[in-house]
Design a protein around this ligand. Structure first.
Ligand code: VG1
Ligand code: CO
Length: 541
């Protein structure tokens, strides 16, 4: 077993985006591509010699190859121990849970989350710090800087570790522990939610369909929902993680999980349905005939948190990403707790959670979580809903309607324009920027622009500043249109346009109809067809 210093040269573009470094599998398969990034992580992080790292991924193609490389590099860089998930499996929320519980210096998650997998699909790598959360921007910027000046990486020549055998082994002086990726996470869920009440709900005949989309959550949902909570076998579908996710897009939204929505609109519908994404941090909640808007879900969980044992002590505050609808703000105002607005991406919630300012946080992109970890958490959100249904005896639709009756409804939608030529997408954003000063006061039909700006975040905890986080148009009635470019795509640019419109009285409109005027305004102001070359969005959620 020998330590090697391998000469290498920098690759351009190893800059982590909204959530880690994501590229086509073929990009990661280039010689030294993964190695360069991993060495840049070890060169950036300090004080880990002899300490423990957590490692695993969502089971997508290239997961196994990357894990073996990272193990050998960790050994060569002086890591004391690596805890790696059985068969290389570890969901993003479970990684966060394990980092915190075992007080490791960090973790590496191999995932491109909701992006498709397989040899033709995407791969990704993300480093999480000791609080269990994604590395903040100052760390990802430093990793990128290292990657651009890298000359060599360290690796040990050793045999591959058998990831299908639980237990410990060694690479050089480093211990490798292949551990059960579900156990710690399942324990934590049992400590937060009223498992007795949920068990009783299933025992009474309540039915759930949980679509794990052939991604990482299958083993978790099987053990927790069918095992610990006694839901009938077959409740979890597509439960086996597959390298290509069965050819599907592991993105739990009404477009990519259309089958589930169709099922829930059919006479066979179960009482509730849910789906999770590639790495298990996203969730979609479906009632009979409709999907709960993620922004509403965050608001409903916050308003009903007192029904969950883990939050019976109260809610300290809430945070949402800027484009997420303001539904949760209304709940916070009534509860008399602070609410925060952060840029898109979970890494911005970490400081607020660590500083004890918030209990819940969420994003419009099907992500919600709490202070129990530092990542969004798909199964957590689903268990939260089950806990609420068990305690109230209500239905998913009933809870949503009662929420709107009490707080009013934020009509919300996101329109994505995918694979836009990058130069044209940037030109569109520049075109919007050029209008920021002249938009205020302009009227479009009944809508009058109150102000327009580009969102800059000032972190209230450490004072760090993040610029260019989306262009916002505010209207005098509180409506908002937001434009931003995705930081997770791997082909060209993806433009996201977000619409948020509040109505206290009209509660049962179809969202696209309720937002039609705002959609028309966005089309005009941003000259969407001209810049994107498309007459309509590729995905509407
Ligand atoms: C998207 C979502 C964002 C989410 C991120 C990672 O980012 O909009 O809310 O945090 O994906 O989610 P972007 O930059 O493409 O808009 V996950 O589940 O893919 O790790
Ligand atoms: Co994800």
């Amino acid at each position: 077993m020998s330590l090697k210093l391998v000469e290498t040269a920098p690759y351009e573009g190893q800059k982590p985006g909204t959530s880690g470094l994501r590229k086509r599998v073929s990009v990661f398969q280039q010689p030294n591509y993964l190695e360069n990034f991993v060495q840049s992580v070890f060169d950036t992080v300090e004080g880990f010699t002899g300490k423990t790292l957590v490692l695993g991924g969502d089971g997508r193609f290239h997961n196994d190859v990357a894990i073996q490389t990272i193990l050998k590099m960790a050994a060569a860089n002086g890591v004391g121990k690596v805890m790696v998930g059985y068969n290389g499996i570890l969901s993003t929320p479970a990684c966060s849970c394990v980092i915190r519980k075992h007080k490791t210096f960090g973790g590496i998650v191999l995932s491109a989350s909701h992006n498709p997998g397989g040899p033709q699909g995407d791969f990704g790598i993300k480093f999480n710090i000791a609080n269990g959360g994604p590395a903040p921007e100052k760390v990802t910027d430093a990793i990128y800087a290292k990657s651009q000046a890298l000359k060599s990486y360290r690796i040990i020549d050793a045999a591959d570790v058998d990831l299908s055998a639980l237990g410990t082994t060694k690479i050089g002086d480093m211990v490798v522990e292949v551990f059960d990726p579900v156990a710690d996470y399942a324990d934590q869920m049992a400590s937060i939610f009223d498992f007795d009440a949920i068990r009783a709900l299933f025992a009474k005949g309540f039915t759930l369909r949980f679509d794990a989309m052939h991604a990482v959550c299958g083993p978790y949902a099987k053990r927790i929902i069918e095992g610990m909570l006694g839901a009938p076998e077959g409740t979890v579908i597509h439960a086996e993680p597959l390298p290509d996710f069965g050819g599907h897009h592991p993105d739990p939204n009404p477009v990519n999980a259309k089958d589930l929505l169709d099922f829930m609109a059919s006479p066979d519908a179960t009482d509730m349905a849910a789906a999770t994404d590639g790495d298990g941090d996203r969730n979609m909640i479906v009632g009979k005939g409709f999907a709960v808007s993620p922004s509403d879900s965050l608001a409903i969980l916050t308003a009903n948190a007192f029904l969950v044992p883990g939050y019976a002590g109260g809610v300290k505050g809430v945070a949402r990403s800027m484009p997420t609808s303001a539904a949760v703000d209304r709940v916070a105002d009534i509860l008399g707790i602070p609410h925060y607005e952060t840029p898109t991406g979970w890494k911005f919630f970490g400081n607020l959670l660590d500083d004890g300012r918030i209990t819940f946080c969420g994003e419009e992109s099907y992500g919600t979580s709490s202070l129990h970890i530092r990542e969004k958490d798909g199964i957590w959100a689903i268990l939260f809903w089950l806990n609420l249904l068990a305690k109230t005896g209500d239905s998913v639709g009933g809870l949503v309607e009662k929420h709107w009756q009490r707080f009013g409804r934020n009509y919300y939608s996101r329109h994505d324009y995918e694979s836009v030529d990058s130069a044209r997408a940037n030109a569109l954003m520049d075109h919007l920027r050029s209008q920021l000063d002249s938009l205020a006061g302009r009227s479009f039909g009944a809508f009058i622009v109150e102000k327009a700006d580009e969102f800059t975040y000032h972190d209230p905890v450490d004072g760090s500043v993040s610029e260019h986080q989306g262009i916002r148009i505010f209207f005098t009635d509180g409506s908002r249109i937001i434009f931003r470019l995705s930081g997770t795509g791997t082909v060209g640019a993806t433009l996201r346009v977000y619409f948020d419109h509040y109505d206290a009285k009209k509660l049962d409109l179809a969202p696209q109809a309720a937002l039609a005027d705002l959609i028309a305004i966005a089309t005009e102001v941003a000259r969407l067809p001209e810049f994107t070359g498309m007459t309509e969005p590729t995905v509407v959620t």
